[in-house]
Ligand binder design. Structure first.
Ligand code: HEC
Length: 119
């Protein structure tokens, strides 16, 4: 009976521990990759905590809709051209500095990692 109880407990808990470990590892990878990508593509103009040429970006995903955020990162000027009110407002606020077009450089998966890093 005791052995049976142990088997039930172990088979129940062990996969959970593995799942939890792989989720943490996944998050660490996302964060490290996001950091590298951010340093490569964004850090000339952005920091997480200070305004440089562009605004500070820590927690930006709390203020912006995710679909909007992804398309702005991909090609912010496209949104400005389409007269998107949020994009036009931020563009005017930052002296009409044109946002780089990353649509041929950064993949959707990489943008997800950058957003994860900025959270
Ligand atoms: C050449 C400088 C430059 C680079 C490089 C750059 N940005 Fe920007 N970014 C800006 C400026 C300036 C703004 C303000 C809006 C504008 O002028 O287009 C901005 C705005 C933003 C916004 C909108 C912020 C808000 O308040 O809604 C996001 C998000 C953003 N950038 C993300 C990124 C990410 C992520 C990268 C790297 C993949 C990046 N930017 C690379 C200059 C830059």
């Amino acid at each position: 009976m005791q052995t049976l109880a142990k088997i039930i407990i172990l088979t129940g808990i062990f996969p959970l521990i593995l799942l939890d470990k792989s989720m943490v590892e996944h998050q660490n990878t996302m964060n490290a990759d996001g950091d590298t990508l951010f340093q490569r593509y964004c850090s000339p103009c952005h920091s997480l905590d200070f305004t440089i040429i562009g605004p500070k970006l820590k927690g930006i995903s709390k203020n912006r809709d995710r679909v909007w955020l992804k398309s702005f990162i991909k090609n912010g000027m496209q949104l400005v051209k389409e007269n998107d009110s949020s994009a036009v407002a931020i563009f005017n606020k930052f002296n009409k500095v044109e946002h780089p077009d990353f649509s041929n450089e950064i993949s959707d998966g990489e943008i997800d990692k950058i957003i994860f890093y900025m959270e």
